[in-house]
Design a protein around this ligand. Structure first.
Ligand code: FE2
Ligand code: FE2
Length: 208
């Protein structure tokens, strides 16, 4: 399929990708994560440039690979505290499985092959790769991490990860703003969101 050109066609394709990804994303409850990260990705694309035909599908599909793991494996692999060889191995599995599933989904809609290749390469290293090959990969990583600073993301992550309080989690992500993000736009957004979350956490604290 040739990449669509009109905004309406592109939005239809994005909706279709969300639909196709939904059963896989449901396994870890990642649909909100995919949608919020996709919104951040569009913002980053507008300010930083980059190819939406690579970045948007990659962000939507980047976590479909969690569906290849059992619930207890997901818990062992994910969060603030898990570390060590087994956590790394399981995290790696979600990247590798995700690349395969994303490739199948994109093939099923006859997506441009060279774009698909770029997308699955990014998905295959979206957590473990610390040396992004290009702007598109940087934007996917930044959009993925910005989720943790979003209103819905912060509270969902607290639930998913368990055993960590809002202030501790807020400190944890705040301490990483300077090193996590590849683009200045993402770091700026993270700082803005982080400040908003501080206000919300303080308000909740006052209510409880
Ligand atoms: Fe991931
Ligand atoms: Fe993610």
């Amino acid at each position: 399929m040739r990449a669509p050109v009109s905004p309406a066609q592109w939005n239809r394709l994005i909706d279709r990708l969300f639909d196709l990804a939904a059963p896989y994303l449901a396994v870890r409850g990642d649909m909100d994560h995919a949608r919020v990260s996709h919104q951040y990705a569009r913002l980053l694309l507008r300010r930083e440039g980059g190819d939406p035909k690579v970045v948007e599908p990659a962000v939507i599909l980047h976590d479909v690979g969690w569906s290849a793991l059992e619930p207890d494996q997901i818990r062992a692999a994910y969060g603030v505290r898990p570390s060590g060889e087994e956590a790394n191995r399981l995290n790696r599995t979600h990247e590798v499985a995700g690349a395969v599933i994303a490739g199948e989904i994109l093939e099923s809609i006859d997506y441009d092959r060279s774009l698909t290749e770029a997308i699955v390469t990014i998905i295959e290293r979206h957590d473990s790769g610390d040396d992004p090959a290009g702007l598109e990969e940087k934007l996917v990583k930044d959009a993925d991490r910005l989720w943790r600073f979003s209103k819905i993301g912060l509270w969902q992550e607290l639930e998913k990860q368990g055993g960590i309080g809002p202030r501790e989690y807020h400190d944890f992500v705040g301490a990483r703003i300077e090193t996590w993000f590849y683009t200045p736009t993402a770091a700026d957004l993270a700082r803005e969101e982080w400040a908003r979350r501080a206000v919300e956490i303080a308000r909740r604290g006052a209510l409880t």
